[in-house]
Design a protein around this ligand. Sequence first.
Ligand code: IMO
Ligand code: MG
Length: 329
Amino acid sequence: MQADVVVDLQYGDCGKGKVTHHLCRTQNYTHVVRYNGGCNAGHTIYHNGKKFITHHIPAGVFFGVKSVIGPGCVINPDQFFKEIKELNDGGINTDGLIFIAKNTHIITEKHKKQDSEDTTIGTTRSGNGPAYRDKYSRDGIRASAIPALKDYMIDMYEELHSGKRTNILFEGAQGFGLDIDWGDYPYVTSSHCTSGAALLNGVPPQAIKKVWGVAKMYETYVGAKKFEPDNEIFSLIRNLGQEYGATTGRPRQCNWMNWDLVDKAININGVTDLVFNKVDILDQVGRYKLYHKGELIKFENCEQMKDWINEAVATRFVNVYFSGDKDRI
Ligand code: IMO
Ligand code: MG
């Protein structure tokens, strides 16, 4: 068994969909597994020139690879069926490709209602937090108890430990800055968003080969805390980068990259391959800045900023890729 992990190093929305889609296209995975979060996630994927936004279903489905919603996730059955329909309407065959782990927990209408009353965190109101709360208070409902989901059930142990060759891609949701433990509590999500969380879905630690860390050349955050400095340059970045939530449509607050956060996330996740997306947006804005140890560092041009980043990770033997919206990685 071997596995790669895709993990977001900032506050979500760094382009995990793009990276997982690229890896599914170029690697021979037997399974793609979502390992945390629920339909709070919104992964934007361009497939054969068409735009798709997935919330629950991992990107393997675009390439005929078994796509599994793992037990680290919570799932809303209505949203799940809606998403299958959207994929089918977009010409994607899902027959026999989509599975849900038996021990995944369910997001109910009650959870959604409770979450819709949130005024402090700025949640996606998808019922995510209340579903995890009930799971951990041992008052939740597992997917195996829902008759409508019967045809999608999978036992992760039987599936992954059957003696057959498995090559898994773990597709993370949310990001390091939103992690329940490492994020800026309480402005966090309710699941674990690090590579460690992938292991909780039934694979041994030794199986993990590559950890793809995904970041953006600037930062975005959606939620209740003030994040964006008062400067109209960030409105420009938001518009050029189309920084509006894939799940809720909310404008994302923008800021320069905080290298200290990315650095910490590289170390804690054990990143082996590092992707910086949205390089072209900074190029269009013509400003190149990042925070390092609380100070704002300015660069003359993109090459200088890339050199600085390459230098900062040099001793960690990480492969670094810079990617614009129109590029393939
Ligand atoms: P992807 O996978 C960006 C944010 C919400 C809120 C906080 C808690 O697309 O990167 P929740 O609904 O999880 O209880 O909300 O987390 N949030 C995300 N922000 N991308 C996401 O997912 C997010 N999922 C949750 O905006 O601040
Ligand atoms: Mg998103």
